[in-house]
Design a protein around this ligand. Structure first.
Ligand code: ZN
Ligand code: ZN
Length: 272
């Protein structure tokens, strides 16, 4: 018996003697099955050839990413708060070194994942640190490996810990979630964006897509709704899903401006 991981998206599937026939996450039009076909690895094989690399992004916030790149190659984050640590988003590799490092930093009190593409091995991270996983209930059908640590929240927001609030942005997934960290060290506010708000190169624009790999846009009405849900929040910095996607200032203004421009283009405005 083994926990198998899809090599294209990193999703883990329930303990079984052999890999599943299909990855439902990759067969959805928001992901893709590689041209070479579906392939699988196991947690043990993954840790044989990969390591996790850490980066301090600002006081109290660390990013962690697997090297060499695995699956979608997103990063996860450890937010350190006086009430305990939050793991925001998830990566498939949880090796003994990572476990030891995170334990040394105080462990994990709560896990929240922006959307199903990053669910990966959240079940194992929860087991290792005795943490609860908070997922928006609108995406419950995309959990491929049910687990007692998973708790679904419904509605528009959930305060995870004081100063750290989950907001349902929707868009890319109906339950697509961002984390607003008003309690960041300098008090200026941080948006942890996942794929719900995608930070563009140059860090002065963001985008919103239905499918990133297949380059399929969100309808204008959806973009308006995502922007409206985020409009009450104030934040300077935005941390996107991938290493280097860091907006350093004017985050909330950049999101509002980028959404307005996107809608203008979708509705027929010519580039100017
Ligand atoms: Zn997959
Ligand atoms: Zn995604």
């Amino acid at each position: 018996m083994s926990i198998f991981l899809c090599t294209a998206c990193g999703t883990s599937y329930p303990d079984a003697p052999g890999p599943p026939e299909r990855c439902l996450i990759c067969e959805d039009e928001r992901q893709y099955v590689p041209a070479s076909g579906q392939s699988w690895t196991s947690r043990d094989k993954l840790s044989d050839g990969h390591r996790n690399a850490w980066q301090q992004l600002e006081p109290g916030l660390l990013g962690v990413q697997t090297v060499p790149a695995f699956a979608i190659n997103q990063r996860a984050f450890l937010l350190r708060t006086p009430q305990g640590n939050i793991l925001w988003d998830c990566i498939a590799l949880l090796d003994p070194a990572t476990e030891e490092v995170v334990r040394g930093l105080g462990g994990v009190r709560a896990i929240a994942v922006s959307h199903p593409h990053y669910y990966t091995t959240m079940q194992d991270w929860a087991d290792a640190f005795g943490a609860t996983v908070h997922l928006n209930g609108a995406d419950r059908g995309w959990v491929m490996r049910p687990h007692p640590s998973i708790r679904f929240w419904d509605g528009e927001s959930l305060e995870l810990l004081p100063g750290a609030t989950l907001i349902r942005g929707g868009g890319h997934f109906p339950g697509g979630t961002v984390l607003h960290w008003a309690g960041a060290a300098d008090g200026e506010g941080v948006l942890m964006a996942g794929d719900i708000v995608q930070v563009a190169p140059g860090a002065r624009r963001v985008s919103f897509m239905w499918s990133y790999p297949n380059m399929m846009p969100l309808p204008a009405a959806e973009v308006r709704q995502v922007a409206a849900r985020l409009a009450p929040l104030r934040y300077e910095r935005i941390y996107g899903a991938f290493m280097g996607q860091d907006v350093r200032r004017e985050g909330s203004a950049i999101v509002a401006r980028s959404a307005a421009r996107y809608v203008e283009l979708l509705e027929g405005g010519l580039p100017r």
